[in-house]
Write a protein that binds this ligand. Structure first.
Ligand SMILES: Nc1ncnc2c1ncn2[C@@H]1O[C@H](COP(=O)(O)OP(=O)(O)OP(=O)(O)O)[C@@H](O)[C@H]1O
Ligand SMILES: [Mg+2]
Length: 324
């Protein structure tokens, strides 16, 4: 496989949250890239930092959060150092995110057609007389039946699957080159899940749009992604092309995830087979390898800096002192 031209390149990114209970070391030394038109899965247990990673990249961390270092280069611009105005511009136009819960993310008291128009008006030079037809086109593009009628609907009048399509329509209204889809199918029934995933895949191919799929579901990532980034407790522990990751997982955590994901639809939240818990990220004595306390292969040095980083192939890297 050729290395794709990077669209987004994250290097050594760190994030912490100041809380009353102490500083949460949410992300440490995160590096990975997303190529143009590529589909990358970001997987890991609840609390591993998947959402926070992309909030940090897109400049939407909440006030308690702080980027402690690193870069996130997108289209030649380091988003970590970009102005609020530049970030706002990029979020609307070049990089869009769909959030974990579409009903919460949509404005409940505004017609969905108008919500699409808001984005078009803010981020494109669409003439006001054309906004309505462009919004209806955007609804049609996400295969919403009867878009002229749905234009007038409020979110509460629509099913979960339709709300998710509206979110996708809003995200794609300005034809971004990167779509970050955070658990886009959570809360949808299995048939609707498959339809939403297929839609995202089709739209991404039609538009040569890079997609990041954030999910608990390794099977879902395997089905839809070219490459997978595995996160554990705020670290990237392994990155590899999907087939390679499944055939030759090198990090003991990845191997565990694969062993406990017998089929698409298995949910990492309910998997009991991975021993122990994520460490408390407020600890000041976190071990260098944050999996070491759960790992049967660990040796004392695994807890000590520096964290080992090995290239296990041209596009395969693993953060482990004792890889498989
Ligand atoms: N506002 C905040 N204040 C303090 N800690 C936070 C805040 N937001 C996130 N965190 C912490 O950052 C870590 C990563 O959270 P994040 O939401 O990114 O996990 P996730 O992998 O997306 O989980 P899930 O799969 O449940 O969505 C967690 O330990 C979480 O408690
Ligand atoms: Mg999340």
């Amino acid at each position: 496989m050729e290395t794709p031209v990077p669209l987004l390149s994250v290097e050594s990114l760190g994030v912490e949250f100041r809380t009353r209970g102490g500083t949460v070391h949410a992300l440490e030394d995160i590096s990975f890239a997303v190529g143009k038109g590529e589909t990358v899965g970001v997987v890991g247990e609840s609390g591993s930092g998947k959402s926070v990673l992309f909030y940090a990249v897109l400049g939407i961390l909440d006030a308690a959060g702080r980027i402690t270092g690193g870069r996130a280069v997108f289209g030649g611009l380091d988003l970590v150092r970009a102005s609020a105005a530049d970030l706002e511009e990029i979020r609307g136009r070049e990089a869009a995110m769909i959030f974990q819960n579409p009903r919460v993310a949509l404005n409940p008291i505004r017609k969905v057609g108008h919500q699409i128009e808001d984005v078009l008006a803010r981020h494109t030079s669409t003439r006001s007389s054309d906004l309505r037809s462009r919004a209806i086109e955007a609804l049609a593009a996400v295969r919403i039946p009867d878009p002229e009628r749905r234009y007038h609907a409020y979110p509460f009048e629509l099913s979960g699957g339709l709300c998710q399509r509206i979110m996708i329509a809003i995200a794609l209204a300005c034809s971004p080159s990167l779509l970050v889809a955070d658990e886009p199918t959570t809360g949808l029934d299995v048939t609707t899940q498959a339809a939403v995933m297929d839609l995202i895949g089709e739209l991404a191919r039609e538009r040569n749009m890079a997609t990041v799929l954030i999910t608990h579901d390794l099977g879902l990532a395997a089905e839809h992604c070219d490459r997978i980034v595995v996160m554990h407790a705020g670290h990237v522990v392994e990155t590899a092309p999907t087939a390679e990751l499944f055939a030759h997982p090198r990090h003991p955590y990845t191997a565990r995830l694969i062993a406990t994901t017998p089929h698409a639809g298995s949910d990492l939240r309910s998997l009991a087979a991975i021993p122990g818990y994520l460490p408390d990220l407020r600890r000041s004595d976190l071990p260098a390898c944050r999996f070491s306390e759960r790992c049967e292969r660990a040796e004392p040095a695994c807890g000590e800096l520096p964290l080992a980083r090995l290239a296990a192939g041209a596009m395969h890297s693993v953060a482990c002192r004792r890889p498989l």
